[in-house]
Design a protein around this ligand. Structure first.
Ligand code: SF4
Length: 295
């Protein structure tokens, strides 16, 4: 059995940056609040909590005073900065630069057109309730239409201009399908005021990973995909992986490796281990080591 860890799997630059900021802060002070899970991976959160990181929610943020609060890579709406500052808290901004630029683009578009007549709609292709999407919607005073599935595009008023953006981790194919769907609606309906601008704001750190991951999966007899159950990126990448190799299994870490799964791996010649942009390398290494130990 040859076990290979995919060299392209693991944290993206945005998550790495936020974790570095947390580690630096914790080294200096030994205590730091983080608003929401720093990464959608329970085991990495646990590791940082052992160093002194404390995960808080929005209710906690309203009651904490004069503390240091880390904002994770997903970014936050303007209201979060305002609430934190009201209580004298210092923000350590771990927002990924790619997400930050997207927030700025949406805010600029919203501010430039909010008084136009007819009033344009900003649409965000993304997962409703996802932290990044909440941060993006906040740039429009929460007026943006969230499109999670193609059917949600029915909420759009095709007689008003539409500006479409995407959550950074969405699938490029699905975004392109949505664009064609909206174009088709506009041309079928022939409305006078229709104006459709769309911006492919999908992070290539994820989009490029799809092809790399599929190529990796195809080379293996069996694949163990390591990811967090709360990570939408893990769900998307796992699906691609599964399409490329039907012998692909989702696990959150070595604790999910049943005797049966280990036996199946041992019966294979080539076993690949890969993960999402929120999967730490150390977790994939643990899976590899367990396979080798339990030989
Ligand atoms: S996936 Fe891309 S945009 Fe999202 S945190 Fe990572 S680097 Fe930033």
């Amino acid at each position: 059995m040859q076990v290979t860890i995919d060299s392209h799997s693991g944290f993206c630059a945005g998550v790495t940056g936020a974790i570095r900021r947390a580690e630096n802060e914790l080294q200096q002070t030994g205590q730091l609040y983080c608003l929401g899970d720093i990464v959608h991976n329970g085991q990495e959160v646990q590791r940082l909590e052992q160093l002194g990181l404390e995960t808080i929610d929005y209710d906690d943020l309203r009651t904490i005073h004069n503390a240091r609060v880390l904002l994770r890579a997903h970014g936050e709406p303007p209201s979060t900065y305002w609430i934190a500052q009201q209580n004298g808290n210092t923000i350590i901004d771990g927002t990924c630069p790619v997400v930050k630029r997207l927030q700025q683009r949406i805010a600029e578009t919203y501010n430039a057109h909010k008084h136009d007549n007819p009033q344009p709609q900003i649409a965000i292709f993304g997962k409703r309730g996802h932290a990044e999407v909440i941060g993006l919607q906040g740039q429009t005073n929460n007026t943006a239409v969230i499109i999670e599935h193609l059917s949600d595009a029915e909420q759009l008023d095709y007689n008003r201009p539409i500006y479409l953006f995407s959550q950074t981790t969405k699938s490029l194919d699905e975004f392109n399908q949505l664009v064609e769907h909206i174009k088709g609606k506009i041309s079928d309906l022939g409305f006078q005021n229709s104006y459709f601008k769309y911006y492919d704001t999908i992070c290539r750190s994820v989009a490029n990973r799809v092809e790399q991951l599929k190529a990796f999966a195809r080379e293996q007899d069996m694949v163990l995909f390591v990811g967090g159950t709360k990570s939408s990126n893990a769900a998307v990448l796992f699906n691609h992986c599964k399409q490329a190799n039907e012998h692909c299994f989702f696990i959150t870490g070595q604790q999910d490796m049943t005797d049966e799964l280990i036996a199946q791996c041992h019966a294979a010649e080539r076993v690949g281990i890969c993960g999402a942009t929120s999967t730490p390398l150390w977790l994939m290494e643990q899976v590899r080591d367990k396979l080798k130990i339990e030989r």
